[in-house]
Ligand binder design. Structure first.
Ligand code: AMP
Ligand code: ZN
Length: 138
């Protein structure tokens, strides 16, 4: 993808604050640190989102997230950690190249992040939804 900024960063064509690299992935510090230590896990090949990412790379992204989380725990005085992965504009994705956010958390940091109001859903709707999803998943 010629005009994808994360393709260029992941493949070293644009410099970044890289903390890890292998044949499939690069992990960088996000240039807008939502919180100190905020990292992005980027595949080197272009996949727009989770739907496109091959299963073996999806599995590897989670293994790298675990490594990155442990590195945060060892090097920073953190109290928690979020993984965040946005797919589609409606979900807040702004760069259309798969990326997984690793967000270290401190007690007392912005409690609103991430925050959603709860949706009210009846137990019948809940059962219908669970049935539909489980048919697709099995
Ligand atoms: P999302 O909203 O999930 O698509 O996240 C995109 C993230 O990419 C944001 O947190 C941005 O701060 C980050 N970002 C965008 N451009 C760059 C860049 N050139 N280098 C590092 N991080 C970037
Ligand atoms: Zn790309």
């Amino acid at each position: 993808m010629d005009n994808c900024i994360f393709c260029k960063i992941a493949n070293g064509l644009i410099p970044s604050a890289t903390v890890y690299e292998d044949e499939d992935f690069r992990i960088i510090l996000d240039m807008n640190q939502k919180i100190r230590g905020h990292m992005l896990i980027l595949p080197k090949q272009h996949y727009a989102d989770l739907y496109e990412l091959p299963p073996q790379l999806a599995a590897k992204a989670m293994l790298l997230a675990q490594k990155a989380a442990k590195a945060c725990q060892k090097t920073m005085d953190i109290d928690g950690l979020n993984l965040l992965q946005n797919n589609g504009e409606a979900a807040g994705q702004s760069v259309m190249h798969f990326h997984l956010h690793v967000l270290p958390r401190k007690k007392g940091d912005d409690p609103k992040f991430p925050a959603w109001d709860e949706e009210s859903i009846s137990s019948e709707e809940m059962k219908e939804l669970a049935d539909k999803l489980s048919q697709q998943l099995s």
